[in-house]
Design a protein around this ligand. Structure first.
Ligand code: ASP
Length: 348
């Protein structure tokens, strides 16, 4: 009888001690990651001529990487399924709102977005300026379709999840994961049409981790101001610039030659556009070096232009669209380009 009682006490203690340990190993304590799928080659499937982006479901993509569950508890939504060449302002706005909602819910530690590589840097930069939680956000893509024998999506996906569950990822800029490497939104740009590692980095003038004190509030925005890009080249005509002016663009980014230079006819037309209230940003078709007012050939102060600093034309366009939702004051917009965007500035 005594033995039976001792055995009962032992069993009760064992259950009390072991039970909480079992709870910890069940996976409940893993970081919670919400996956938002938008398409891209990572969701591509093969065709007779090559492949079609944005075909496979996020469920299929995640099933190809069973190791993910060792690092995070994942759930997912199919937000859209497109090639990122079809990304647009409406999707950017609803994506940013969704990311804010997910991270504000308190239910998740990080957001992972599957995305095409063509415009990944633009979406990352847009989200960096419009999402307001210091929790990590990462975009992940691939250069080979999901059904390729040597698909690169699964390894990139694994690397992306491993990265955002690390405490080091908190308080960073929105990140991009490609070629097994991690890049920050402000400096990443696609620089190779075919390499498995197609992203390069331009040293950025400013780094701006997405958080409550930075960027623009887009909660009540349904659309963004029309801003176009014109490309410079030897003997470029003014037809494209004229078309954007006549189309009613509020801003135009010129991807100029060299140090953001414009030929005389373009310069004349651009300064007339400024007189009409159109914001003109001078960027460059050259990847490195940036465009600055100081030490160049164009008198931005006199002509009313804005120098892009380290931002390429596609990122300049995003900053200009967002800037125009907050202000039309050229000095304020110049300072966004030069120093980044604090919420304090935007709300002033
Ligand atoms: N066109 C594809 C896309 O951006 C290319 C890629 O994902 O690599 O969606």
């Amino acid at each position: 009888m005594k033995h039976k009682f001792q055995f009962f006490v032992f069993l009760t203690l064992a259950v009390l001690i072991i039970a909480p340990c079992q709870g910890k190993t069940s996976g409940n304590s893993l970081p919670k990651v919400h996956v938002i799928a938008t398409g891209g080659t990572i969701a591509g499937t093969s065709t007779d001529i090559g492949y079609e982006a944005g075909k496979a479901s996020i469920e299929t993509i995640l099933q190809a990487v069973p190791e993910l569950t060792q690092y995070a508890e994942l759930d997912y939504e199919q937000f859209c399924n497109i090639g990122s060449q079809d990304m647009n302002e409406a999707i950017w706005l609803s994506l940013a709102k969704r990311v804010n909602q997910v991270l504000e819910s308190g239910l998740y530690d990080a957001v992972l977005i599957s995305h095409g590589t063509d415009t990944m840097e633009e979406t990352a930069f847009f989200l960096n300026l419009t999402t307001h939680s210091p929790k990590p956000v990462i975009l992940v893509g691939a250069m080979r379709p999901s059904d390729a024998e040597d698909a690169d999506g699964p390894l990139n996906m694994l690397k992306a999840v491993q990265t955002i569950v690390s405490p080091d990822a908190v308080g960073k800029e929105v990140m991009c994961c490609l070629g097994g490497r991690i890049y920050e939104a402000g400096s990443a740009f696609k620089n190779d049409t075919h390499s498995l590692n197609p992203i390069s980095e331009v040293p950025a003038d400013w780094h701006l981790p997405h958080n409550a004190n930075t960027g623009f509030t887009i909660d009540s925005l349904e659309e963004l101001p029309e801003v176009g890009i014109v490309y410079g080249y030897g003997s470029n005509s003014t037809v494209a610039l004229e078309a954007l002016v006549n189309a009613g663009c509020q801003g135009i980014v010129f991807a100029g030659v060299g140090d953001g230079n414009l030929n005389q006819a373009t310069l004349d037309l651009a300064s007339q556009a400024v007189q009409k209230g159109i914001m003109i940003v001078r960027s460059s078709r050259i990847a490195y070096g940036g465009v600055y007012t100081e030490g160049g050939e164009v008198d931005d102060e006199k002509l009313g232009f804005i120098a892009s600093g380290s931002l390429n034309a596609q990122k300049s366009r995003i900053l200009l669209m967002l800037a125009l939702t907050a202000t039309h004051d050229i000095d304020t917009i110049r300072s966004y380009f030069r120093h980044g965007v604090s919420t304090q500035q935007v709300n002033e």
